[in-house]
Design a protein around this ligand. Structure first.
Ligand SMILES: [Zn+2]
Length: 399
């Protein structure tokens, strides 16, 4: 399938444009895009645009989205297994009840639906955590590993409670299975005051290092000022530089801790990525029956940004005991973050938090043909994918 060699009239977000990009009426000039094998190139529109380029006429254009934090093993189970109480720990209990249904067909059907919804929304890279219930990989690890989609890469993170790393040989056993299960597999863990164990965390880090794994942790998903996870990680990294990529998801407790800025400064030095999950953090943090929540539960996004820490927004749970809502549309995640985190310009700045920069190398874009900067992302959410000049979705002629 050969596509357009380029496009004209693209309204790109300011975060993607160089500082000296020309403006008209306080808006960035529209761009001409060139789809090259080596990656996307762009320049301000000129009168000399080639006739075979796709005219976008001012449509909003973003790199394909990233869904950096999902749970495809749990998704779409809310109807049969709702949580009995508000809050994170009750949701975990409901999930363990629901596991009785998790055969290959059930997992495959639910995870495929999630993947389909994400791709329809413009997602080109989806990272899912997958719960481990013993030190041996669960069925979902293989079932989701077998999922494929031509428009979306999938990464799997082994989500094991910290207690599974208490024994160093168990930690090695988990890491070895992750390392030998193909590309796009990471080591994860659930690290919380309810299971805090510094030695187990050390075993996790050592096993990841030995097996050359990147890690993505559910860490300090709580508002307990005494939460030790990030504090311990920052201290550990100062003594033991880590060769892989580290991602810390949630990290809600930072919003309560007096030493949060010092912790963030260390994480910045070690290029740790932070992921905020505004939908589930708003729903599950400070959740007490019969009482209006007083706290937002979100990590320190603005302080982290000021230190240059890479940041992303994720959906987390969709239609399960943890969160009965959700759509796998990063625009919904972004909109909740715009309000709860009081972010600025939605399209020109905040959209960077849901975009996958590597998509530019693949000329993989999401086009909003009838949207304007002031209304986005609330009105005119219709969109299509344009990858290497080929259109997918909307018209359904190539998808
Ligand atoms: Zn999660």
């Amino acid at each position: 399938m050969s596509g357009y060699p380029g496009a004209t009239g693209a309204r790109l977000p300011r975060w993607l444009l160089p500082e000296n990009w020309p403006e008209t009426n306080n808006q960035p000039k529209l761009a001409t895009l060139h789809f090259h094998a080596a990656g996307l190139q762009f320049e301000p529109d000129s009168a000399a645009a080639p006739a075979d380029y796709l005219p976008l006429n001012g449509a909003l254009v973003l790199p394909a989205f990233i869904e950096p934090h999902a749970h495809l093993d749990k998704t779409f189970t809310i109807q049969r297994s709702p949580a009995q109480q508000p809050g994170l720990l009750a949701a975990i209990a409901a999930m363990h009840q629901d596991r009785a249904h998790w055969n290959a067909e059930d997992l495959q059907q639910r995870a495929s639906q999630a993947l389909r919804w994400a791709v329809e929304a413009g997602v080109g890279l989806l990272r899912t955590h997958i719960d481990w219930f013993s030190v041996d990989a669960p069925l979902a690890w293989q079932v989701i590993g077998d999922l494929h989609h031509p428009l979306c890469s999938i990464e799997r993170v082994a989500l094991a409670p910290l207690t599974f790393f208490a024994d160093a040989s168990d930690a090695q056993h988990i890491a070895a299975q992750v390392a030998t299960s193909g590309p796009g597999a990471l080591l994860g863990g659930f690290i919380h005051s309810s299971n805090w164990d510094a030695q187990a965390f050390q075993h996790l880090m050592q096993a990841a290092e030995l097996w050359q794994l990147d890690i993505d942790l559910h860490i300090d998903e709580e508002l307990n000022v005494e939460a030790q996870g990030l504090r311990w990680l920052a201290h550990y990294l100062q003594q033991h530089p880590f060769s892989g990529a580290i991602t810390c998801s949630h990290s809600c407790a930072l919003s309560q801790q007096d030493d949060a800025e010092q912790i963030l400064a260390v994480l910045a030095q070690h290029n740790v990525t932070l992921i905020a999950l505004p939908l589930t953090n708003l729903l599950l943090q400070d959740a007490v029956p019969g009482r209006t929540p007083r706290l937002r539960g979100l990590t320190l996004v603005k302080e982290a940004q000021a230190l240059g820490i890479p940041l992303l927004l994720g959906a987390d749970n969709v239609q399960d005991a943890f969160c009965p809502f959700g759509s796998y549309d990063p625009l919904d995640t972004l909109f909740s973050a715009l309000l709860s985190l009081q972010l600025g310009a939605a399209f020109d700045q905040a959209s960077a938090l849901i975009c996958q920069r590597r998509a530019l190398l693949a000329n993989d874009l999401v086009i909003f043909p009838h949207a304007d900067v002031a209304s986005w992302p609330l009105r005119q959410r219709q969109r299509y994918r344009l990858k290497m000049g080929v259109r997918y979705g909307e018209t359904t002629d190539g998808a």
